[in-house]
Design a protein. Structure first.
Length: 198
């Protein structure tokens, strides 16, 4: 099956001009996120804002996940959708395959019988973090393709956090822990080779 990956170009074109005050915003080399079937456009916007704030190199959107431009995404992204490199594909498999070609370790954020607590997870580069649907989580098909599954331990009556909040916690962990593996292969973290069909 051939799946087309549509890539948003303007974020890369603006990246060189992006600055906050006098400090140029640096992207986290080798850190990618895949949002699978995230139904809330506000959550999608929050993922963009978190990706920008923590320097994610590229955000993959797939399935029913909404894409910019949309007023509800813009409401929570606050312009981050204009500076974060992103692409859309119907199936998450295409994004996982693209990330693997870059040498990424694939990590799913989901509570399963084999998931490890986030605080015990090793930090790898390059890495693709998969987050899933607000109700159903990451699909079994993508869980099977993950190299590792991690979860955020919960202490209340709920078993999970909002997807955007959980992604923020996990991304903060992965950007503030020293990588245990730093093996860049394939294209640059700017996703320069991700044009056209996969």
């Amino acid at each position: 099956m051939r799946v087309r990956l549509v890539r948003h170009e303007s974020a890369l074109q603006r990246r060189a001009q992006l600055s906050v005050g006098h400090e140029v915003v640096a992207r986290e080399e080798g850190l990618y996120v895949l949002a699978e079937d995230v139904r809330s456009l506000w959550n999608v916007g929050s993922l963009f804002r978190t990706a920008d704030g923590l320097g994610v190199a590229h955000l993959f959107l797939c399935g029913i996940t909404g894409i910019p431009p949309h007023p509800d995404i813009q409401r929570t992204a606050l312009g981050a959708h204009e500076v974060v490199s992103w692409s859309y594909t119907t199936h998450g498999f295409a994004a996982v395959d693209a990330a693997r070609r870059l040498g990424c370790r694939v990590v799913a954020l989901e509570t399963t019988d084999r998931s490890v607590p986030l605080r015990a997870a090793l930090c790898h580069r390059p890495m693709l973090l998969i987050v899933g649907n607000e109700v159903d989580g990451v699909s079994p098909e993508l869980l099977e393709r993950a190299d590792e599954t991690v979860h955020i331990p919960m202490h209340g009556i709920k078993h999970s956090l909002n997807v955007a909040v959980a992604a923020g916690i996990a991304l903060w962990h992965y950007t503030h822990e020293r990588p245990t593996v730093r093996d860049f292969s394939g294209d640059s973290p700017m996703m320069g080779g991700m044009k056209g069909e996969l």
